[in-house]
Design a protein around this ligand. Structure first.
Ligand code: HPA
Length: 244
């Protein structure tokens, strides 16, 4: 079974032949929605829309612990997270796809660990390389088979949102070494590691980050969903080649 977490622009997977949906309760509360089970070609897939099927849950209110717990309960061999991002690095133009290899966490006030000492002993996970290299390579290979251009590596900055950043904040993220910026990468990536899941992200650039590219003065928000809609065709193509 492969798990796919869909982000903004990917609340459903048109290539998935759905068999059933299942609501799963967890010790951490309710996930963003039911898990959708089905097949892409002959591969069993479970899908979860991170922001809910109607895209109603903002990044800081997502129950990341419940989402990952629910997915973990069906024992997926790989978890692929799809995430919309802003491009900071010059070559990360709207519509590009990136498989990040590092992450910096700027979020706050989120439930970010299963090991909070209440009912579990103190546990520190290794997070030197936050993404599964096996899943990263499988995604890169699938993109190659699908003839979809994809960028190998990049540092993902996870910001709190829901507002976009100021131009000065983006300059600071760049000085920190960040190449792309999004609002949902953390704590999702760390929770996946705490549960021992093989997790990697396929990031889709929805817009140039604040002050970058054509967005010197403002980010045209109305264009973001149009860019994502178009880019998700490429993401679906990669996902289909992941399983075929
Ligand atoms: N910043 C943060 N998150 C995002 C952006 C952005 O510019 N675009 C899409 N998600």
């Amino acid at each position: 079974m492969i798990a796919i977490i869909g982000g903004s622009g990917l609340t459903q997977l048109s290539c998935l032949e759905i068999s059933h949906r299942k609501n799963i309760s967890t010790p951490y509360g309710e996930p963003s929605g039911p898990l959708t089970f089905g097949k892409i070609y002959n591969q069993d897939v479970v899908f979860l829309a991170r922001h809910g099927h109607d895209h109603s849950i903002p990044p800081h209110r997502i129950n990341y612990r419940a989402n990952l717990w629910a997915l973990h309960s069906v024992k997926p061999i790989q978890v692929i997270a799809v995430a919309a991002v802003g491009g900071i690095r010059e070559d990360l133009t709207p519509g590009s796809m990136v498989i990040p290899d590092q992450i910096i966490d700027y979020t706050y006030g989120r439930e970010f660990t299963y090991f909070d000492g209440v009912d579990r002993p103190v546990t520190h996970i290794d997070f030197t390389n936050p993404y599964s290299q096996v899943v990263r390579e499988a995604l890169l290979e699938a993109a190659k088979k699908a003839s979809e251009p994809i960028i190998d590596g990049g540092v993902y900055a996870a910001t709190q949102g829901p507002r976009l950043e100021t131009a000065a904040e983006i300059n600071r993220l760049e000085r920190d070494g960040a190449d792309l910026v999004g609002m949902t990468g953390m704590p999702e990536t760390a929770l996946a590691r705490e549960l021992g899941l093989n997790y990697a992200t396929i990031a889709v650039v929805a817009n140039s980050a604040a002050g970058r590219g054509d967005n010197v003065d403002t980010i045209p928000l109305e264009e973001i969903f149009a860019v994502l809609d178009k880019a998700m065709v490429g993401v679906r193509n990669v996902l289909e080649h992941m399983v075929n």
